[in-house]
Write a protein that binds this ligand. Structure first.
Ligand SMILES: [Ca+2]
Ligand SMILES: [Ca+2]
Ligand SMILES: [Ca+2]
Ligand SMILES: [Ca+2]
Length: 213
């Protein structure tokens, strides 16, 4: 009876530790007035009070230093004066990479300025994970990263009717999207470590009791 009460107390303690460590870093808002700074530079930063990191504007256009842009729809990339301020795929791809500096668990990324012909690619630690055209993409659970990115690469297309596009009867254009927000969660490594230590301790405790009886 005494051992059962003790086991219960140990379990309750571990559950408390687990709950505390599983806190979320929440949503990082990249729209104007949100959590982003350094707009107008190649490398900016984000900080929502729970998590911070850097964001870098990239382009496939050679010999160009792209900069971060921002609107109510989120952050984008500008390759040169007059370029579409969104992450666009005109001639060369553009992308933004968000770097945390340590491992987080990705929940989702929400895309802004999404039109009918827009699609975007999502990257996790430099590897392609998704091509999509929905406003919010949910990562596979679990997806652990130190960085993720969003890119666009279609130059010109008329998805609905290619022949109408050819004769100028339908409009097409490059992918052009923004990153409006993303959500990340902490990685519960410390809790798992404590849980493991607790289990090992618990096994030792049981073994000790069995020997005594
Ligand atoms: Ca652009
Ligand atoms: Ca461009
Ligand atoms: Ca497209
Ligand atoms: Ca668009």
């Amino acid at each position: 009876m005494k051992s059962r009460i003790m086991a219960g107390a140990v379990t309750a303690g571990l559950l408390c530790v687990g709950a505390a460590s599983a806190s979320t870093y929440g949503i990082v808002d990249l729209a104007t007035g949100g959590d982003a700074t350094g707009i107008g530079s190649t490398i900016g930063s984000f900080d929502n009070g729970a998590i911070s990191g850097s964001m870098t504007a990239l382009t496939g256009l050679p010999l160009v230093t792209p900069i971060l842009t921002q609107s109510a729809s989120g952050v984008g990339v500008s390759e040169y004066t007059g370029d579409d301020p969104a992450i666009d795929g005109e001639i060369f791809w553009e992308a933004i990479v968000f770097n945390f500096g340590w491992t987080v668990k990705m929940i989702s990324v929400t895309i802004g300025a999404l039109d009918s012909e827009d699609d975007y690619d999502v990257w996790a630690d430099g590897s392609f994970v998704h091509n999509g055209d929905t406003s919010t993409f949910y990562f596979d659970d679990p997806t652990y990263v130190t960085s993720f990115g969003v890119s666009a690469n279609d130059t010109f297309e008329c998805e609905a009717d290619a022949w109408m596009c050819f004769f100028g009867l339908a409009s097409g254009g490059p992918d052009d999207v923004t990153v409006k927000s993303f959500e990340v969660s902490s990685v519960p490594v410390p809790a798992s470590g404590l849980l493991l230590a607790g289990l090992i301790g618990g096994l030792g405790f049981q073994r000790g009791r069995r020997k005594a009886s």
